[in-house]
Design a protein around this ligand. Sequence first.
Ligand code: SF4
Length: 699
Amino acid sequence: EKDRPETSTCCYCGVGCGVEVRVDKNNTVSVIGDKHHPVNEGKLCSKGLNLQYTVNDRSDRLLYPQMRYHRSMPLERVSWDEALERTAAVFKAFIDQYGPNSVAFYASGQCLTEEYYVLNKLVKGFIGTNNIDTNSRLCMSSAVAAYKKTFGEDSVPICYDDIELADCLLVEGANPAWCHPILWRRVEAHKTRNPDVKIIVVDPRVTDSCSIADLHLQINPGTDMVLNYALGRLLIEQGRVDLDFLRSHVEGYDAYKERVMEQTLTQSAAICGISAADIELAAKFIGDSKAFLTMWTMGLNQSVIGVNKNLSLMSLNLITGMVGKPGSGPFSLTGQPNAMGGREVGGLANLLPAHRDLDNDEHRAELQRFWSGTTVSKVPGLTATEMFDALQDGRLKAIWILCTNPLTSMPNARLVEEGLAKAKFVVVQEISDKPQTLKYADVILPAAAWAEKEGTMTNSERRISHVRKFVDPPGEALPDADILCRFAQKMGYHGFVYSSAEDIYKEHVRSTVGTNISIDGLDYSVINSMKTVQWPFQKRRKKGTARLFEDKRFYTESGKAIIHSPPADFHSELPNKEYPLVLTTGRIRDQWHTMSKTGKVSKLSQHISEAYLEIHPVDADSLGIDDGCLVNVSSLRGSVRVKARVRASIKPGVVFLPMHWGEVFDSDLNRANNLTNNLVDPISKEPDFKYCAVRVERH
Ligand code: SF4
């Protein structure tokens, strides 16, 4: 072996597990869990345990830039200079003729913070548009909006150590046993040690997370707000609210009381499709609790009422005074490894770095001075789904897609195909030759993968970790930040010459000074000497911050948290005679997103090897469907053909499809997003992945 092992961070989910990496004399990488990492103490889930295979198998890697002058022509190998000079010339031409809003960048929650920072600076600070969005729009944007409304900023208040301090955990719209496994191991261990700890799981499906639950509320899809308001009403009626906390630190309680009284317990139970007694039991668990943690993820976020669902859950923490206290608070489980880092640097079309606001004149002026670039526009940019609509109708001429595979992950994927087909110019920055987006590319830029580049990531509890480089990228592939800086230079922009990833990081650090997420004083050596650091970083005390709001001062103008109580209206596509079932989508245990990495590892296909439709025996019987037979699933948008899994674990009237499959490793006949619709939450613009009307027939 060339070196002793060095540490890094798993590149899959937002749990942010630490890993130890070794490289042997043949440059073969091996990965084990980092025993000294505060998050995982050496443990890794199936995806993390197999990380090395995705690094060592380079058979699908893009090795050099490619380009073509017309889509009917084959792509040809070109030099980096040729590829970036042409791209810069095309972008300049569109910007000159149609303005900066005619170009857009679509990136990923898997980008490192440094990459996000450079991209944001390039787009918002120099091109002069806010048309940069990421696949975090499909993931965490509802939580971001709800945190801002409730606490004044996008600030996750808890830390993972709160798990072991909680005596009641409400897990809503999440299956962490599969999707955040290492975190869930902590919950399981806590429950084993303390059997009196209460765990409530809310999900239309019986998942592995239910196996340790004291109570599973198998609600009808989309009825979470009704449930949360019913719980709020019971807690108020039973006097199990913290009136001192509400009086001193919270606004909006009176309106909330009125809202939750609109529906009786019986009415709410009927809408949710569960018993009133079960809701009462859940309220008792919460009311009896001394430390109450709410955990959620895509079941709440990926909804046409995603922000309101988030707000209704956060309200339960506020009325019980369970925020800023050990073992308490709202805890959004982040999907992607660095969605949080992206949010820190403002990596969405409506955000600015370090939690600055786009509609705040002073904040925009600060950045303009900091970057010495062009005027930062106050107009929010196009969000993920809007970008592909704008390609369709011609408002957007060019799109640059990096580190993500929208043809599998975006809702109503046919619209995305049409958008890309109509685009005048498509740049795809990618590591793999598999994603379908490459078919539409005018320019392909080969990127370095995990372990081939350096940077930082921030996990679900605001914990910043160092991600190290261990091997050189294959062929001519380059780190994403290098590619973006080279492009910026071709565009003639100053301020994009950095000596290292850390050089970029230091600039990001400077941009946070004076804000609520300040990490002033942090650099890679400080992060590494402390192992990891939770923001905000207290420079004088050389210390991170485990938990926010312990002083009960929130980031709103009044310093109080705000309870929002919007009506629990329903806006999803309702089932009808032609499409009588509700489709919900989600992840499986061993695959990651669109499988361009995990799909390469045969071991990870042993658990579940192909897409499937989970359907209840009652529905299957009435449709003449047997377990394992092929079924056609159709919606107003398209169809899918997969095998049926007849299981009593799903609610009758509801079917489930995993979201991973698409043309990357198979045909697009099993792509869940052929069926989903492009309804989005009006505030967060997050799509309604968890609810659409479908028909199922035996093939
Ligand atoms: Fe990686 Fe997430 Fe698994 Fe941890 S839980 S090993 S971060 S995929």
